[in-house]
Design a protein around this ligand. Structure first.
Ligand SMILES: [Zn+2]
Ligand SMILES: [Zn+2]
Length: 194
């Protein structure tokens, strides 16, 4: 074992976890930044400082700040996450744009009243606002012409709600009165018997 280690010392086989300098595989400290490259695991073995799991006993070192620093420095993971969120954002933007386009086209179709839709977006937007106003006006007109029936409907609702409220109040009141009248009658009886 020791013979093999000595034959490999001249080869730079790993990077310093802190400064990235190439070091011999068995280097204990980095000559540039002076950081220790090994730690002593719970099992007594020397393991590289940036190893998340001890190869000898399986101890979990992933919470170690040195291991975490090494992980956070990997830019490949960050760029992948960035790419994914950018993709999701693009899809959401496309969906919103599609829905917006459907609404605009719908109201613009009402706005032009059977004529051809304008080609440019702002013309379409203009027509959409015209259509929207037309729809709102139509609703308002419908409300005005059915004022009587809407009023009747509102009165019906109010009367119904009033009756319901009165009925439930009456129920509570009769229950309370019933209890009181029982007590009252017993008192009356006792007073009569005097
Ligand atoms: Zn170093
Ligand atoms: Zn170990």
């Amino acid at each position: 074992m020791q013979m093999q280690d000595q034959s490999q010392t001249s080869e730079p086989t790993k990077e310093c976890y802190r400064c990235g300098r190439q070091l011999p595989a068995d280097a204990k400290t980095c000559p540039v930044c002076g950081r220790r490259q090994y730690r002593i695991c719970y099992c007594g073995n020397r393991i590289p400082v940036n190893t998340a799991e001890c190869p000898h006993c399986g101890a979990d070192w992933s919470d170690s700040t040195r291991v975490k620093r090494k992980k956070s420095r990997s830019s490949r993971l960050n760029s992948a996450a960035l790419l994914r969120s950018a993709g999701i954002g693009a899809v959401i933007a496309l969906v919103i744009a599609g829905l917006f386009n459907i609404f605009i086209t719908y109201f613009a179709t009402i706005g032009v009243q059977g004529e051809a839709l304008p080609d440019d977006f702002f013309g379409l937007l203009d027509m959409a606002s015209v259509g929207l106003r037309r729809v709102a006006a139509a609703w308002w007109q419908a409300a005005l012409t059915r004022r009587g029936s809407i009023l009747a409907f509102a009165i019906c609702l109010a009367v119904g709600a009033g009756i319901g409220a009165v009925a439930s109040l009456a129920k509570v009141a009769t229950r309370k009165l019933g209890r009181r009248s029982k007590r009252g009658s017993s008192r009356r009886r006792s007073s009569r018997s005097k």
